[in-house]
Design a protein around this ligand. Structure first.
Ligand code: PLP
Length: 241
């Protein structure tokens, strides 16, 4: 008989059940939607697969997941080509953008969340193939903290939004933030609240934005309570990196 002590979990290889993780997160999203009375909104789960092998993406796909987020362009392009056979995947770029990389972003992604300056938006619009639908973009907003030095400031946002909304081959969907780590739930909410307020103000001024991309494994509840419409979850689906 096998010695039970040899099956101690510390010595077992890490087994990860992607389908079960996704199911649990979807359940949490539904629970928080009810709790914060935002159940009228569709909250999309973006599975952040950076640094994870294509086999895990395939498992998530088999479990019904269709939206995947990647941060590093070369890694993403390789995965996109390896997974070409999987239909209806939406690839979202969420990493920082160098301007010499916009052409490949425009060609291979359905969404870019991390547009942080006008120059990048202009290049994406110019380089988006005319046979493709407009590229969905979010503007990355600096939540005024050390952690995210990149991103547009809330002050410059209204003017930049006006210009970017005119660009022909983009569809400006909304705002995105990568907040600093916060100790408490209330602190997490307080960091995200200005983003929601800016979003509401822009729509009050005539824009039709439908996306607030915020919320990661550690602040998903706070983000949903502040109106997130896309949560970007890596660790809680694919394990630590
Ligand atoms: C890595 C990453 C995530 C996912 O973070 P987790 O804490 O692993 O859920 C979300 N958004 C961005 C921009 C990221 O770089």
């Amino acid at each position: 008989m096998m010695d039970q002590t040899q099956q101690d979990s510390n010595t077992m290889p890490q087994v990860i059940n992607i389908a079960e993780n996704i199911r649990q997160i979807q359940q949490k999203i539904a629970n928080y939607s009810n709790k914060y009375a935002v159940a009228n909104k569709q909250i999309k789960l973006l599975a952040v697969s950076k640094t994870k092998p294509v086999e895990l993406i395939e498992q998530a796909y088999a479990a019904g997941q269709r939206d995947f987020g990647e941060n590093y362009l070369q890694e993403a392009l390789l995965k996109i080509s390896q997974l070409e056979a999987l239909t209806n995947i939406n690839w979202h770029f969420i990493g920082s953008i160098q301007s010499n990389k916009t052409r490949e972003l425009a060609a291979h992604f359905q969404w870019v969340h991390s547009v942080d300056r006008l120059k990048i938006a202009r290049r994406l619009s110019e380089q988006r193939g005319h046979s493709l639908p407009p590229l969905n973009i979010c503007l990355q907003v600096n939540t005024n903290n050390e952690a995210s030095k990149s991103g547009m400031s809330l002050d410059e946002l209204p003017q930049l939004v006006r210009e970017i909304a005119q660009l022909p081959n983009l569809k400006l969907r909304g705002l995105m933030a990568i907040p600093e780590k916060a100790e408490t739930f209330e602190q997490q909410r307080a960091i995200l609240r200005p983003l929601r307020e800016a979003f509401e103000q822009l729509n009050a001024n005539g824009l039709e934005l439908d996306t607030l991309s915020m919320g990661m494994s550690n602040d998903m509840e706070a983000a949903i309570s502040e109106g997130a419409t896309i949560v970007r979850i890596g660790t809680a689906i694919f394990g630590g990196r």
